[in-house]
Structures are given as C-alpha cells and as structure tokens.
Design a protein around this ligand. Sequence first.
Ligand SMILES: [Zn+2]
Length: 210
Amino acid sequence: MYFGGIEAGGTKFVCAVADENQQIVEKVSIPTTTPEETLAKVFQFFDAYPLKAMGIGAGVVLNGEIFQGIAHPEMGHIYVKRHPQDTYEGTCPYHKDCLEGLAAGPSLEARTGIKGQELPEDHPVWDIQAFYIAQALMNYALTLAPEKIILGGGVMNQEHLLQKIRQQFLQQMAGYMETPAPEEYIVRWGLPNESGIIGSLLLAEAAEKE
Ligand SMILES: [Zn+2]
C-alpha cells in the first residue's frame, strides 16, 4: 500500500508518495498557478499510484492561495443530513457518520460488498453517494460562495456520478442561491483519459530534475 501526502502553498504544491515504511517513493514540486491547473497536476501525480482511497479532502483556494486558518480546513468531515434509505453507520474513526464516513470510497464497498470501480452505473448506492456529496457542495457554496467547485479522485472518474451530483445540487439548493450552470460550476479536473500517461510524464520529469 502507498500513502500520499500534499504540502500545499501559495508558490508550490509538494506531493509525495511513500510506502508502508514511510519511505518516500516519489516526490514532485508543482508550481501553484490557477486552481484548475494546479489541482489537475496534483491529481495526475497521485493517479499514477495504487493509492487506497481513504477519505475526502477539500480545500479552499482564495485569491490564488490555499486558505489556512488555525490549521488547514478539514472540509471532508462536515456533518450531512442522512439519506432516508441509508442505514450505514459510517467509516470515520472520529465521527462515524460525517461526510467522509458516509461518502468516501470505502463506504461504497462497505454498503454493497462490491468495490466502487466495479459497481454498475444503475446501482442505487450511487444516488446515496450523490446525495451526500451534493449536500456537502451546497454547504461549501453557501458558506464560501466559491467561483468554481473542482472535484477529483478515483470515484469522480465515474461520469454518471458527476451528473447525479449536479442534479442533486440543484435540487437541494432549491433555487435559494444563484450559482452558475452546474456543468460550469461543478467540474471535474481535466484530462481524465490521459491522466495515467501524464502522471507518468510528470514523474519522469521530476526524476530528471533531481
Ligand atoms: Zn469524520
């Protein structure tokens, strides 16, 4: 198993992957530019490794810099309203049924016994997951009024899930706050099909610089 870590800053993002003995296997330094561009490179880097999806990470880019308060925000651990058909207790070791506990990768397999990437598109668990993620995005939109919400991670490679999240977002927001069209407002980081090769290229580039 590999572990991924990010040190995020206004000038650069240092991303590293370590093995079980906490030995760094690979490390890159990505210049901080626009949120879309920077995060795309971060996701591409981590996509090159079989990282176990453990949680939900979320951050805020404010005036081109990563927002920091007393620590970095932990927006994955917010509480969400329970889906009426969901009885799953949640996986978060701290809060059980916070967003991460209810909607992170491992919750899909825990509910269904099927790995997330092998779940069919019409499985009802996707509606439950979209319900929770959309709720979190609505909370972020209401709290921060961001210009754009960018989603990444392995689960977001499921195009149908992104569509469901956008629909749920509109439904749950219920017209209260005006946001750009969901196709433009809630987006996935770019180049999903080429991420593997681009990740490899980034690694090669980083290796050469050392
Ligand atoms: Zn939690």
